[in-house]
Design a protein around this ligand. Structure first.
Ligand code: IPE
Ligand code: IPE
Ligand code: MG
Length: 253
């Protein structure tokens, strides 16, 4: 039996975020270069994106490259950028075929011009698609995102556009790159690492975290279904007690 049959379609997370980790180790295990792992990871990206859209997930955010990843050997960074460009080129058609809209978050100005242009072209070409929004986190760092939000807010305060009393949770959220998306209910990280690695620190405040030992190139459809089933078994209390949650559910029924 597939985990798919166990999914409660009426209770899907609206937004799933994924830290796609383990490409390098996957390649190394086979005596191959790290780049082979990154290339193989593209298949998982395609399959997970199509599967999420097919299920009815509204937003899927994939952490593809962090600000810290610029510190990797130059050869690996260049290979990753070339792969990114090639993948966006090829997969624009897949996105349109699946009615998926592309968006990007991160310090996009740090990407080279050919990638920025290609990315913008695909964002424009898919902007009317409405089955799912795929958000690529590129040259992304939560610290960078929060600092730029604070700067914008400070600037508005200086210009008397807002008062101190206007600064609240919603105002902060509205200055993040993710302002147009709901916060993820589920965060998946592959490769067994128990850390967030500077990803969506604000937005993950109440997300359920699912960590699997599977390395990203091995993470497929069935693994996504399993993660969603696991998510649906969690009790999300948001600070309340278990009894309160159960009573709330009784009232709803
Ligand atoms: C994730 O795989 C891809 C990126 C960070 C770009 P890694 O390249 O981090 O693979 P490991 O963690 O070294 O195995
Ligand atoms: C996190 O993976 C970033 C991406 C998946 C793009 P890393 O492999 O860079 O994370 P750390 O450095 O091990 O925390
Ligand atoms: Mg890694």
């Amino acid at each position: 039996m597939s985990y798919k049959d166990k999914i409660d379609i009426s209770n899907l997370p609206r937004h799933i975020a994924v830290i796609m980790d383990g490409n390098g180790r996957w390649a190394k295990k086979q005596g191959k270069l790290r780049l082979f792992g990154h290339e193989s990871g593209v298949r998982s990206v395609r399959e997970i994106t199509e599967t999420a859209a097919e299920l009815g997930i509204e937003y899927l955010t994939l952490y593809a490259f962090s600000t810290e990843n610029w510190k990797r050997p130059r050869m690996e960074v260049e290979a990753l950028m070339t792969l990114l460009l090639k993948t966006i080129n090829i997969e624009t058609k897949t996105l349109n075929d699946n009615n998926i809209r592309l968006q990007a978050i991160g310090d996009l100005n740090s990407l080279n011009k050919s990638i920025r242009n290609r990315l913008q072209k695909t964002i424009d070409e898919t902007s009317n698609n409405n089955k799912m929004t795929l958000i690529l986190a590129l040259s992304y760092s939560s610290h960078f995102e929060i600092v730029q939000a604070i700067r914008q807010i400070a600037e508005k305060h200086k210009n008397n556009e807002i008062t101190l009393d206007d600064i609240n949770k919603d105002l902060v959220s509205n200055h993040l790159f993710t302002k147009n998306f709901p916060d993820p209910e589920l965060l998946i990280r592959t490769s067994g690492e128990f850390r967030i690695s500077n990803f969506l620190l604000w937005q993950l405040a109440y997300s359920e975290i699912y960590i699997t030992q599977k390395l990203w190139p091995d993470f497929r459809k069935e693994d996504l279904y399993e993660a969603i089933v696991n998510f649906q078994c969690r009790e999300r209390r948001f600070g309340r007690t278990s009894e309160q949650i159960l009573n709330q559910e009784k009232v709803k029924k």
